[in-house]
Design a protein around this ligand. Structure first.
Ligand code: SAH
Ligand code: SF4
Length: 427
């Protein structure tokens, strides 16, 4: 039975984020209204609450303050009161790695000890932060390392915004707060989908290849963002808020494996660019590699894309397509992809992702010639189909290589785990 309407199907019960050991509450990630209520609840007088909310918000998101003690324009007594009850709430950095290509990966630990990864991908004309929405993932796309994780918990808005804050810390982007964005046309040019052009330089940008600027965000880290809808929405509201982190919705892309019932809400309540992990054009193959397809099939998914609020020729939907050798990379697959995009009249582009291997993965990457031929077919049909250059493979930071818990699992264990997860989807 299909889950109807606007309901988050939450297929697996998840652990809520527990309270901090010191009993304090994180200010990070609270909406303005919740922040105001929180301040009043600890004794800030109601008539001051609006001003205090604006001050705290400014210290955290515009100036990058990491502790309550740094809120310098708030009186000492009030600061002491706030300090008694709150922390700003940055995630702890367990490790920070830098790839030979400049990609950076952070392993972050949250208050309950759970961990997630976050990746910064500097490019000639932009810097993209790949943000996680969950610890692990309840889905188990067969080519994705994150999908092999047993444990799953939703990240809170504080933990999602915290990744962006942390990246800004590491990139030295405070105290200006809002990134000085390069003068790029705000079209659908939103994720790290362009083939790399060495030396390419955007004259309007003050970005340097060393990577000083976070200009774009992709919700493409660990987890399925539409299975954590409210938290992702609330976190992105802060990221997009002009007095918050001030990133335009056109510079943010949310990727879903195809949680059809949540797509319309994502369009209206979040409004960022949409990427869809299609990866196959037939039921047989998509059922195998993206098993959520058994619940929400290709036709249903593409209909939801056609209805996605805000998609048009200037803001196209990105179809992600992982190139798996002898699995989904034949000419016929490319032709079928074109046919489907046309059938549903989708304002679309296709992002071809060479498969990034991980320990124990059962697939191989298509040959570069095959990927080129596949891309050409789609291009010839008038649909953009750039090949995504793998980034950060040497530090396991590329698409689908993120996994925070290290454990050795056999192929048989992985298959068993996949079957267990799927069994939990039965409505
Ligand atoms: N859960 C969301 C977003 C995270 S994954 C989703 O599935 O869309 C981001 C992208 O990387 C997805 O398109 C995903 O299918 C792809 N991906 C996963 N594992 C991969 C791998 N090993 N190699 C290449 N791409 C991969
Ligand atoms: Fe989850 Fe996305 Fe990985 Fe699939 S590809 S297992 S939905 S993170």
């Amino acid at each position: 039975m299909q889950i109807p309407g606007l309901v988050d199907p939450k297929p697996v019960p998840r652990k809520p984020a527990p309270a901090r050991a010191d009993g304090k509450r994180a200010l990070l990630g609270l909406s303005r209204a919740d922040l105001r209520d929180a301040l009043i609840s600890v004794g800030i007088p109601e008539k001051q609450a609006k001003m205090r909310t604006a001050q705290v918000w400014n210290w955290i998101y515009q100036r990058g303050a990491t502790e309550v003690a740094a809120f310098a324009n708030i009186s000492k007594d009030t600061r002491a009161l706030l300090d008694q009850h709150f922390v700003v709430g940055r995630p702890e950095v367990v490790s920070a790695q830098v790839s030979t290509d400049g990609t950076r990966k952070w392993l972050l630990r949250f208050d309950d000890g759970e961990e997630a990864e976050c990746v910064f991908i500097p490019d000639a004309w932009r810097g993209t932060l790949c943000v996680s929405s969950q610890v692990g993932c309840t889905l188990n796309c067969r080519f994705c390392f994150t999908g092999t994780m047993k444990l799953v918990r939703n990240l809170t808005p504080a933990e999602i915004v915290g990744q962006v804050m942390l990246a800004r810390d590491a990139l030295g982007e405070w105290p200006n707060g809002t990134a000085n964005l390069p003068a790029l046309p705000d079209t659908d040019d939103n994720d790290e989908d362009r083939a790399y052009i060495p030396g390419a330089h955007n004259p309007g940008s003050n970005y340097t290849p060393e990577g000083r600027m976070l200009t774009n965000i992709v919700m493409m880290g660990m987890g399925e963002p539409l299975y954590n809808f409210e938290n992702v929405r609330d976190a992105l509201a802060i990221v997009m808020d002009g007095d918050g982190l001030g990133l335009s919705k056109r510079r943010i892309t949310l990727s879903t494996s195809g949680v059809v019932p949540m797509m319309a809400r994502a369009g209206t309540e979040i409004g960022v660019n949409l990427a869809v992990s299609l990866h196959a054009t037939t039921k047989e193959i998509r059922d195998e590699i993206v098993p959520i397809n058994k619940k929400y099939g290709i036709e249903e998914l593409l209909s939801a894309c056609a209805a996605y609020p805000g998609a048009n020729n200037a803001r196209r939907i990105t179809f992600e397509y992982v190139m798996l050798k002898d699995k989904n990379d034949r000419d016929e697959d490319a032709h079928e992809l074109v046919r489907l995009i046309r059938k549903y009249r989708l304002p679309a582009k296709v992002n071809l992702i060479p498969f990034n291997p991980w320990p124990g993965s059962a697939y191989e990457t298509s040959t570069p010639e095959r990927v080129d031929a596949f891309s050409d077919i789609i291009f010839q049909a008038g649909i953009s189909a750039p090949i995504r250059r793998p980034r950060g493979r040497d530090i396991m930071a590329a698409c689908g290589q993120l996994k925070s818990a290290s454990e050795k699992v056999s192929r048989a264990d992985l298959d068993r785990r996949a079957a267990e997860k799927e069994a939990l989807w039965v409505d």
